[in-house]
Design a protein around this ligand. Sequence first.
Ligand code: AMP
Ligand code: MN
Ligand code: MN
Ligand code: MN
Length: 280
Amino acid sequence: MELPYSDLHCHSCYSDGELTPAELLQIAAERGVKVFALTDHDTVAGVQELRAAAVDSPVKVLSGAELTCGWGRGMVHIIGLGFDETDSLLGEYLQGLDKLRLERAGLIAQKLVKRNIPDLLPRAIELAGAGQIGRPHFAQAMVEAGVVNNEAQAFNRYLGAGKVGDVKVEWPTMEQGINIIRQSGGVAVLAHPTKYNMTFTKVRIMIESFNEQGGDAIEISYPGIESGHTLQLDKLATKYEMMISAGSDFHKKQFHWTAIGKYPGYSSNNAHVLSKLLQH
Ligand code: AMP
Ligand code: MN
Ligand code: MN
Ligand code: MN
């Protein structure tokens, strides 16, 4: 089956992206994307708006979310696609994450205050608006307050892995993330496996564990991935009989390394998640 051009990983203003779902859809259409999924961090708040905008659009849309999950001592992102976004258990799960993220934001602000940075919580909450709050909102608030020159510097100095603002919280586990996606009718995709600061040996272990816990697919193409890694991830998908997925992980226009619908080309003999998601 010839699959339509798609982007199955994208963020809106309902998490740490800057555009509304309707704006994203408009750009996706202009760029020739035929199937588009909104995958905000730990929320489906933008999905209804996306569906409403899609009524007058040639682009087919899919529900989605990028779930933050604990794995061992670390953290992974699991993308759910094509689930019922009105599912009540999924709703409860995401409400738990709203609470967890707000508590975490409070802790991040406190940690930064101890480093003599002004209390950024009110502004970070304001920047998050109706969306899910995250470290990028603190990065923005730090730039505004003149604490750092840009968001990358905010992550390098204060918010990135192992830094003071990388507050440890008990995220739901990888298994819980996979289960909630599957029970609400979706497919579970392991997001950007090479972006967790792990050796490739550990990436293999993570994928094995993702497969054992019922994961459906691996994201094998996304901005910044080396072509050799795409090949290796594709081989692992073959080994575990998992599907593959790809997406831009678009957040905002100023992030010049990516754009809606943009990710490295690849070839694969594995089934693409769309072959399942477009069945009905
Ligand atoms: P959170 O979901 O609050 O843990 O924040 C993670 C988000 O921060 C990711 O989804 C990225 O969008 C963003 N991010 C992570 N690392 C960096 C970085 N080094 N520079 C800029 N943004 C980053
Ligand atoms: Mn993000
Ligand atoms: Mn991610
Ligand atoms: Mn993402």
